[in-house]
Design a protein around this ligand. Structure first.
Ligand code: NAD
Length: 463
């Protein structure tokens, strides 16, 4: 696909936007309903695509990809009228009579760039917000989930208005060409390296960006919880999609006594979830590419395997694994793991865990398994992250009322529900005054003593 072709695609979306195609709420509702129909009518095709791309179980595809988008769409349909309604803002006495309000208007053409790990949810979730807010959309699925990408490209034109919405398939070359174009917002989900490329390209056009990145999300466990329950929840969150989940627990922190007890319990939880041989489980995914498989197997050498550890290059299989004895400076503690390896690191207490976490890049999520209120409060106060889960891992990401996004190295911007609608809208402030009476003469020159004393009290009166 040539640059000219890509420029033509973006220009056509811009024309549709300028023609006002996307503004009526009725159009937006029709698109959201179309998206729902697309996911319901073609569930089996999408399940097959994810099975081909990631050896994903159909149930997990429904749970973590399709249903998340369906819930998000239903929520947007239910609340769209209210989100789009102008919001009255009370005026200070000094500016009355008059009225103030905020209008949320669409931004224009939004580019959505998605990764491969939840290739339906992370492509269409931002699209729901973009369409609800009345934008045109160019979506770029990940080339590393090729079956899902092709399915999207085939299905979308039949369900969404092709004047306003386009799927453009491709990898780095196509995305680079896309990024030369001017968009009104770029919504990127993926790793930080490409996140920087996206932010730099956006800066050339002063285009705002949402960056949904990753990083190392820690999980801390203390002895006040039922460790078997904690082990199962951690194992589920970590090994779902073979650890290729941006909010998966990346590493485990606990005292020596807690680790000695919980590591075997995680082993037991893995057997309950995936059986004695996870490779034979239809519910356990594979590593996305040979390159990622290689990188992950290298990380296995950074500690002592306590649970799992088996690999099969032919099958891109890495068993759900827990490793101990990991050195501070080891590679596995420097980079996001994004695979089914959980290093367990010893700390002396919660305070040390907090100091460690606070000294590193801000994580996307932080998980604390503790029944002690003072421990939970200390983590909330002492660390910064996109989200926090107490006695739970990963599921906070699916709650529509909890805005989703990172902070610092884990990203910028929020979406889900009204947060996504606001991110992809321009909040335009409007002030309207009648021509009479002329209350503003109080601040016009010449600056008499009366105006001067008014000005000195003005700040108080305006607040
Ligand atoms: P990826 O390789 O699929 O890349 C993401 C997107 O960037 C793709 O659409 C790809 O085509 C594009 N891309 C790749 N190279 C490019 C280049 N040179 N120039 C322009 N575009 C390019 O996905 P990934 O980065 O491997 O995804 C994994 C990462 O994403 C992890 O760090 C994970 O934590 C993060 N992630 C974050 C979230 C979130 O919601 N915060 C969700 C999922 C994944």
């Amino acid at each position: 696909m040539t640059s000219d072709h890509i420029a033509g695609i973006v220009a056509a979306r811009r024309r549709a936007f300028d023609d006002g195609v996307t503004k009526p709420l009725a159009w937006r509702r029709k698109q959201l309903a179309g998206l729902q129909r697309m996911l319901v009518d073609n569930g089996a095709q999408l399940e097959a695509a994810l099975a081909a791309d990631l050896h994903r179980s159909p149930t997990e595809t429904q749970l973590a990809d399709i249903n998340v988008v369906l819930a998000e769409t239903a929520h947007a349909l239910r609340h769209l009228g209210q989100w789009a309604r102008p919001k009255r803002v009370p005026l200070p006495l000094a500016l009355q009579p008059g009225r103030g309000w905020v209008v949320r208007e669409p931004l224009g053409v939004v580019l959505v760039i998605a990764p491969w790990n939840y290739p339906v949810q992370l492509l269409l979730g931002p699209v729901v917000a973009a369409l609800a807010a009345g934008n045109c959309v160019v979506m770029k699925p990940s080339e590393l989930a090729p079956a899902t990408s092709a399915t999207m490209a085939r299905l979308v034109p039949g369900y969404l208005d092709p004047r306003a919405v386009t799927v453009l398939e491709g990898g780095a070359a196509e995305t680079t060409a896309l990024l030369e174009q001017r968009f009104d917002h770029i919504f990127y989900t993926g790793g930080a390296r490409v996140g920087r490329i996206v932010a730099e390209a956006a800066a050339r056009h002063l285009t705002p960006v949402t960056l949904e990145l990753g990083g190392k999300s820690p999980v801390y466990v203390d002895d006040s919880v039922d460790l078997a329950v904690a082990a199962k929840r951690i194992a589920w969150g970590k090994f779902m999609n073979a650890g290729q989940t941006c909010v998966a627990p990346d590493y485990l922190l606990g005292t020596r006594e807690v680790l000695e007890r919980i590591v075997p319990l995680i082993g037991g939880a893995i057997r309950e979830l995936y059986g004695e041989d996870p490779q034979a489980s239809p519910d356990y995914a594979r590593i996305v590419s040979p390159g990622r498989f290689e990188a992950l197997t290298r990380l296995l050498g950074d500690g002592t395997v306590a649970v799992g550890g088996r690999t099969d290059a032919q099958d891109r299989y890495i068993a759900p694994t827990v490793i101990t004895g990991v050195g501070e400076g080891s590679r596995i503690m420097q980079e996001e793991i994004f695979g089914p390896i959980l290093p367990a690191l010893e700390v002396s207490d919660a305070a040390e865990a907090i100091r460690r976490i606070a000294a590193g890049p801000k994580p996307l999520s932080l998980y604390v398994f503790s029944q002690r209120e003072e421990v939970r409060r200390a983590f909330l106060r002492g660390t910064s992250s996109g989200a926090v889960g107490f006695n739970a891992a990963v599921i906070q990401q699916t709650v529509i009322g909890l805005p989703f996004g990172g902070v610092g190295d884990s990203g910028m911007g929020r979406y889900r529900g009204e947060a996504g609608f606001a991110t992809l809208s321009n909040e335009k402030s409007v002030l309207s005054k009648p021509l009479a009476p002329e209350s503003m003469s109080m601040i016009f020159p010449p600056y008499s003593r009366r105006v001067d004393s008014f000005a000195r009290g003005l700040l108080r009166r305006l607040s």
